[in-house]
Design a protein around this ligand. Structure first.
Ligand code: SAH
Ligand code: SF4
Ligand code: F3S
Length: 469
């Protein structure tokens, strides 16, 4: 155990020395960087670390990709369209590089963990300078250094995580809220999903590292944190001193100054009664749980390797709602998984109607080469899937609207996030339930938690007014 600490500490010091060295040559040149992030919150959080490293080296952020001397794409491969977007954008970067031959282009993230992608980039996108994956992003400074020293394309992809490197710089998007990784990787191998292949096996961070990171964030003005992992409910199982996710939340809850705790994502199969008790009693956990169910058909859930039935999912939801009647539930749903029949689909619609989700991310099944589902027979024809997808959206929209309307006239605590993008007399923020609300107010409210009375509702946002309690 001691050894792991020493290695990662040593590694982080080594990287900081390289950042320091690079900064001497980069700072004076006033070079600009631009990071584009594809995919989930995990990637968004990784991008904050990439930005931290780039700014430490002396690069200055720019919103305009065309102006950037260093462009990095943090990629996603969960569905085919995520990959197509990256290839499309890469093509147009070629012209930017013609105008600015000294610019550097780096690609990282989940797509890079696939051999086929690396060969494609070597063959067709020779203007890319640096390629690395999900396990070694902390090495960005070193990879830049190698690129500058050799003048050649640098490729550094690891099969697996070697160690968790703590204590690297990071640039937060919001000053008042932040994500915190509690674990990396996934062991579940749902048969449609590529994530376990590109993110490696489950590894939990030590509770003391998580807690000291959150304490630092709170001292720096953060009031809301989101604990991140592909399956937070299995947090801590493989640590030398095992601890449950529920216990971790209870410890985090003690941190003074921290107001709100959220987490993403919960796998229904591992959501324990102990966690439901914490959901019942916690003063800081938000009344929002994202609980992907993917399909309402027990037969398909089995083929997806999800390890719960329709009935078990509904029972879990019943227990959560009983523990916390004001809970907002959101979910992920896949339409058109191989072999999905009309009856299977109607089971999905049935779960949606019974649970009454506040919001849902719906996805058309996308074949991912290398996953078991890719070679399953009976892939569903596109027009059938599209028709089901549209029917599902109609049901979801209707329910989301009904749930929003239920909030009208109620008063809720809202964390104000930014000035409204369309109307600068308004500010926008989120309820504990994660509903978005717009109301009249000035930018001084940003980062504050204030009571807002809801005056009207649309399916996916609310309007309200700032009140005094
Ligand atoms: N670990 C999280 C989800 C990560 S991926 C969980 O298990 O809940 C986010 C979502 O993408 C998944 O919940 C699933 O709905 C969707 N997804 C994953 N692979 C997919 C595929 N091949 N086609 C379509 N949607 C997919
Ligand atoms: Fe993918 Fe399943 Fe792991 Fe989520 S739990 S990341 S859907 S394999
Ligand atoms: Fe996330 Fe996409 Fe990777 S969903 S974990 S960025 S494949």
């Amino acid at each position: 155990m001691k050894k792991t600490i020493d290695i990662s500490h040593e590694e982080s010091l080594h990287q900081k020395q390289i950042m320091e060295k690079l900064s001497h040559s980069i700072k004076d040149k006033k070079l600009k960087y631009h990071v584009s992030t594809f995919g989930c919150q995990m990637n968004a959080h990784d991008s904050e670390k990439l930005k931290g490293i780039l700014e430490q080296i002396g690069y200055i952020p720019t919103e305009v990709e065309k102006e950037a001397d260093f462009v990095i794409y943090n990629t996603c491969c969960v569905r085919e369209n995520a990959e197509q977007k990256v290839y499309g954008r890469l093509g147009s970067l070629k012209n930017n590089k013609k105008r600015n031959p000294n610019m550097l282009i780096a690609l990282c993230g989940c797509m890079m963990q696939q051999d086929t992608v690396i060969s494609e980039i070597r063959k067709t996108y020779k203007h890319v300078d640096i390629l690395f994956g999900t396990h070694n992003l902390y090495k960005l400074a070193e990879l830049i250094q190698t690129r500058l020293d050799t003048g050649k394309m640098v490729i550094d992809i690891w099969e697996n995580h070697k160690e968790i490197v703590e204590d690297l710089p990071s640039i937060r998007k919001f000053s008042f809220k932040s994500s915190v990784n509690i674990m990396f990787g996934c062991n579940n191998f749902c048969t449609y999903c590529i994530v376990p292949y590109v993110r490696g096996r489950e590894r939990s961070r030590k509770p003391e590292d998580i807690i000291s990171e959150i304490k630092e964030l709170v001292a720096d003005g953060v009031v809301e944190i989101t604990l991140l992992g592909q399956n937070v409910n299995s947090y801590g199982k493989n640590l030398d001193n095992p601890i449950t996710f529920a216990k971790l939340i209870q410890e985090i809850e003690q941190i003074e100054g921290l107001e709100r705790i959220r987490f993403m994502t919960s796998h229904p199969k591992d959501l324990s009664d102990e966690l439901i008790e914490v959901i019942r009693t916690s003063k800081k956990l938000c009344n929002h749980i994202h609980l992907p169910f993917q399909s309402g058909s027990t037969n398909l859930l089995n083929k997806m390797n999800r390890k719960y039935t329709k009935e078990q999912y509904l029972e879990l939801v019943r227990k959560i709602k009983e523990a916390r009647p004001d809970v907002a539930l959101t979910t992920d749903i896949i339409v058109g998984f191989p072999g999905e029949t009309e009856e299977d689909f109607l089971d999905t619609v049935d779960v949606v109607k019974q649970v009454e989700f506040d919001n849902a991310f719906t996805f058309i099944y996308s074949i991912r080469t290398g996953t078991p589902a890719a070679t399953m027979e009976e892939q569903v024809p596109e027009e059938v899937t599209k028709d089901r997808f549209n029917r599902l959206l109609e049901v979801l929209n209707e329910i989301a609207y009904k749930k929003s309307v239920e909030k009208v006239s109620g008063t809720y605590d809202v964390l104000v996030e930014h000035v409204n993008r369309q109307n600068d007399n308004l500010v926008s923020g989120r309820l504990g339930s994660n509903n978005l609300v717009h109301f009249e107010g000035s930018k001084d409210l940003i980062g504050k938690i204030v009571p807002v009375k809801i005056t009207s509702a649309k399916s996916y946002y609310l309007l309200g007014e700032h009140v005094t309690k």
